[in-house]
Ligand binder design. Structure first.
Ligand code: ATP
Length: 234
């Protein structure tokens, strides 16, 4: 589904991700984990087309998409729930969702909204309220829902649990598991390593923009040395 080949990216002349290779199979959940500033967000932004590769390539369903603009990537099935949610705060939940589907046929809009509300029933109560008045957890649900409105095949979620109450983290992760069961491929960025490891198939650990470990999540779950060295869990 997605392959990063020696991807380097950053901001202007500054390089923050160095030669990252990663292969994401269809239907997998891959977790990018690592400390603050490790380059997780930059990696996900490069996949979504918000920053260009400085070197290497991004191959999606066989095509090198590294120079595609973000909208072309959305149309091809890549959608991002970004760091900080970035909702249109004065627009209602419904309007935010509608915006997320702007690349898709209007005829599918109602069904897509139903799908989001089935995934996050809490949003039904908030449907006609401005998104800016919602709790952090509800806003994350809207952000994920807005990305789903684009009918993605590859869903990118940045900082799934950051700043959320544990109950809302549960809701978001239950949704992620359901979306995987529906066949979506998901790349998520997470600072809460235990949460990510619990749902991921594969884990990629970044440190200072370099991949320092990657492999099956099951292996990471049992590898205390790895967790201790890179993630500070033990
Ligand atoms: P965090 O969890 O803090 O978001 P991260 O692993 O997602 O960390 P990035 O956000 O990708 O890491 O940041 C990697 C490096 O790039 C950091 O040194 C950061 O300061 C720098 N950086 C991020 N965004 C920009 C930007 N817009 N302009 C310049 N430098 C940036």
């Amino acid at each position: 589904m997605l392959e990063l080949r020696e991807l380097s990216c950053g901001y202007g002349a500054m390089r923050v991700v160095h030669g990252l290779s990663l292969s994401v199979g269809a239907g997998e959940i891959v977790a990018l984990i690592g400390a603050n500033g490790a380059g997780k967000t930059s990696t996900i932004r490069a996949i979504a087309g918000h920053i260009p590769p400085q070197a290497g390539s991004i191959v999606y369903q066989g095509a090198d998409i590294g120079r595609w603009d973000p909208i072309r990537r959305v149309k091809a099935g890549i959608a991002l729930a970004p760091e900080g949610r970035r909702l249109f705060k004065s627009l209602t939940v419904r309007e935010n969702l509608v915006v997320g589907g702007y690349t898709r046929a209007k005829s599918g809009e109602a069904a897509n909204i139903e799908r989001v509300l089935a995934l996050f029933p809490r949003l039904k109560e908030r449907f006609d309220q401005p998104a800016g008045g919602l709790s952090g957890g509800e806003q994350q649900m809207v952000a994920i829902g807005r990305a789903l409105m684009a009918e993605p095949k590859l869903l990118l979620i940045d900082e799934v649990s950051l700043g959320l109450m544990p109950k809302n983290v549960d809701i978001c992760y239950e949704a992620i598991v359901r979306l995987k069961a529906e066949g979506l491929t998901i790349v998520l960025v997470e600072q809460n390593t235990e949460r990510a490891l619990a749902v991921a198939d594969q884990v990629c650990v970044l440190e200072s923009g370099r991949r320092v470990w990657h492999g099956p999540a099951a292996q990471a779950r049992g590898n205390e040395e790895l967790l201790g060295a890179y993630l500070g869990m033990h």
